[in-house]
Design a protein around this ligand. Structure first.
Ligand SMILES: [Cu+2]
Length: 304
């Protein structure tokens, strides 16, 4: 039987603890994107590299979860077992060197193993894209996305980030005959089961290529080509590309649809567009006047 004065104290401590945890519990529900409701709080994973990332997330989840329950359980046990009781004298402990060595060495080994293993996965994910990868130029701007696919030649026309301007939003060479063959799209359409290599560009400020289901989050930096992101989707579906870098007043609405389709459907989508552009000197999707106005906005406008 727990004495009344102790249970009152315990109750007040539990109440204040719960009140302190409340903001964190509420914040935990306010995810920016829909989660799949699994124990890990992760959205579904649809890329091969994402599966590797999830694997390490799960290891860390269970490792820290078990340690949390074990340490907090011991803590609570000791709180109750050695609570202040009339007639019982406190005992002073000088510590235990063996225990100190164990609980210092063990976490060190665990952290080192996790660091080495994570690094291996990181290197595997960031190895060069396979030769059969489909290369897509992804361009970000305030406040939207545009994709550039190779034309009939099967290769993207060359570009230079230094040439990117409101007049030349892809930084391509207007004299190059291949420039007009590129296929421009405002949605990211990709084939499932084939590696996709994205070249990330920014026309004005830093944006971020963020697709939770792909487990990809990579900044797009003006003046640079970010060329180490590639992935392979494991199934078809519809997703959303969202900017995850606060890039100005319209940031909240900076998104583009992603469609992962079968290889056959992908060819059905891309081939007519490539054929339409073959031999022409201008891109297939000319921006609408409204879009053109957005694209030619001075890059310093609306930045934070
Ligand atoms: Cu952005």
């Amino acid at each position: 039987m727990i004495p009344a004065h102790f249970s009152r104290r315990l109750l007040s401590r539990i109440t204040s603890g719960a009140l302190c945890a409340l903001p964190f519990l509420i914040a935990g529900r306010a995810f920016a994107e829909e989660r799949s409701g699994n124990i890990y709080g992760l959205p579904p994973c649809v890329t091969t590299s994402g599966e590797q990332i999830d694997f390490i997330i799960k290891i860390i989840f269970w490792l820290t979860g078990i340690v949390f329950v074990a340490t907090q359980g011991t803590y609570i046990y000791y709180l109750i077992r050695y609570r202040r009781r009339p007639g019982v004298k406190a005992h002073y402990s000088h510590g235990n060197n063996t225990l100190e060595v164990i609980w210092t060495t063990l976490p060190t080994i665990i952290f080192l193993a996790l660091a080495i293993y994570s690094n291996r996965i990181w290197e595997e994910i960031h190895r060069p894209a396979p030769d059969n990868a489909l290369t897509i130029d992804v361009s970000s701007y305030q406040f939207g996305w545009e994709m550039r696919y190779p034309g009939v030649s099967g290769k993207l026309s060359p570009m230079d980030v230094r040439k990117i301007s409101p007049q030349n939003r892809w930084g391509t060479d207007p004299e190059n005959p291949r420039t007009g063959q590129d296929v421009i799209s405002t949605e990211l359409v990709i084939p499932a089961g084939r590696p996709v290599h994205v070249l990330l560009h920014a026309r004005d400020v830093i944006h971020s290529f963020y697709v939770p289901e792909f487990r990809i989050y990579q900044d797009c930096v003006p003046g640079r080509t970010i060329g180490w992101v590639w992935f392979q989707a494991t199934r078809t579906g519809e997703f959303q590309l969202a900017c995850n870098q606060l890039c100005g007043t319209g940031h909240y609405n900076m998104k583009a649809p992603i469609r992962v389709v079968s290889e056959e459907d992908f060819q059905k989508w891309l081939t007519p567009r490539q054929q339409k552009n073959a031999g022409t000197a201008s891109p297939v999707v000319a921006p609408s006047p409204a879009k053109a106005a957005t694209l030619t906005e001075p890059s310093t406008k609306n930045t934070l």
